[in-house]
Design a protein around this ligand. Sequence first.
Ligand code: ADP
Ligand code: MG
Length: 593
Amino acid sequence: MPIKVLPARLANQIAAGEVVERPASVLKELLENSIDSGATQITIDVEKGGHKKIKVTDNGSGIVKDELMLALSRHATSKVAELEDLEHIATLGFRGEALASISSVSRLTLTSRPEQQTEAWQARSEGRDMQVLVEPAAHPQGTSVEVLDLFFNTPARRKFLRTEKTEFNHIETLFTRIALSRFDVGMKLLHNGKLVKSLPAITSDDEQIKRIQQICGTSVSQDFLYLDSQYQQFRLLGWVSRPGAFRSVNDTQYVFVNNRMMRDKLILHAIRQAFEGQLPPDKFPFFVLYLTLPHHEVDVNVHPAKHEVRFHQARLVHDFIYSAVNDALNSGGACAVEQAGPEATADSGSALTAKPASQRHNYQPDRDYIKPLQSYTPQTGRYQGSYKSQSATTIEEAAGNYTQLMRPPVSQTDVPHPEHKESAQAKYSRGFEVPGMGWLLHKQEQVYFVPMQNLIVHYLQARYLTESPVSQPLLLPVSVVKNSQIDTETLCHNAARIGMKLEPYHNKLILKQVPVGARNQRWQDIITALSDADECTLASLLHCLARYWQLDGQVDTQQLFEQYTQSVALENFAEQGIVPVPLHTWLQEFHGN
Ligand code: ADP
Ligand code: MG
């Protein structure tokens, strides 16, 4: 075939493939346009799940008569003019393709009246070259875009549309997200002539929770903690499920970046990490979070439908979100986080009972979910499950290990080669891990339990006694409220001995540096533990550190266990807290039940 320039309609239909997937994606583009036009009231009128009609009416700035034609052409936009503009996009749209694309695969009419015009005009495009016809019309100030018979001229794509009900579900989801992105815009949704949702515009911060309740439901909203954190030019505010609250489906997880809804992997990862260990397996946290940052810090020109963004300082954004959420979840502990502010201790109610301005989180831990009751698996670096379910599996596992431990290594006849026998015996003397709790060691016809703590202390001693720790600055300093009773100078001095740089600042302590490779330790808890320490030998400091230290995946725990148990003589077991385990009795009881 010879090379030819495509007719406008065909070129637009090809472009439509990228952004117009289904009625909800049409609605997304239209709503974004309305919001960009400064509308404060938007009405959405849908028929047959959007198959037949999607109409969006707004009271925004409107389009002057002479520009109606341009609005429907491809690569025509009022939002960017030159390359530099792409670096700080403040509007939701900027590609100038949506209206052209949608009108190439449907019957679209655009009606508008800007404030300065006394009469309204209507435009639609026709034919393969998509010439635009402009006619007078009646319309109040603002714009209406009506999209009829989506994909009527692209049967292959029409085939992919689902039932009216499914498509309307997608529309409702989209409506919800947009409604959460702009509290100040009143929104109405009608389906087949019936009013489905009506959300009045929210003008004061105090009323934001009303929209959250309307959208997420009252019961979910009651379990929300409010958070508002700022670091440099980054701000994260919104609501996260309090520890102990969760959902069985991940249907209430909303993230907005500069008011643009997102499903961004980096952000979700940071949030998930902050919730790690707080939830039973297969349960999901819920959250509505708003990240704001300067437009030049984020590239939105990455995805045609703009579901993803790219952050220039991705790691910093990740860590900021992680610590903001993590601090909110932990703020019920002994150390109040900086973001909570001193006034936070005054209100202990849920986010709903307090006024949003002072809706600072002050979480009282739910006793079933406090961390110490959860077991930590160093190999995976995770807390697992609630104590109850974990302890059952732990016992079972331990019992299995024990049975193996007590079985005579391997009978002579089974093992033809002496080296096989040897290796079996070697394995046998190496002990068995009780995940997250410690190890079982068989020594001189007795089984001992070696607590995990001992291994961690041993690890820290090896780390600190052989060389003095090298510190590394934290990307985001950790801040804790200072307990007035403590001797700050001693605390900071002790912290320095184990590689932490801790400095007083007003009524707070700011942790600026930590030992290399230890960025993700639970520093708030560690600071609290250090403030409570009465003795100040290095050994006692290391014990404090060990209380909250988590071995990361890099540490070979088997090796650590072997080194440690070899370093302690049997007669010193008791003083080290290594106790004989009456496993026979225990196992009998376990099987008896
Ligand atoms: P983009 O939003 O990327 O600029 P669109 O094709 O969605 O491209 O819209 C083209 C232009 O039409 C916009 O830049 C804007 O100037 C104008 N426009 C579209 N919808 C509206 C609306 N509801 N109110 C005012 N102007 C609008
Ligand atoms: Mg647009």
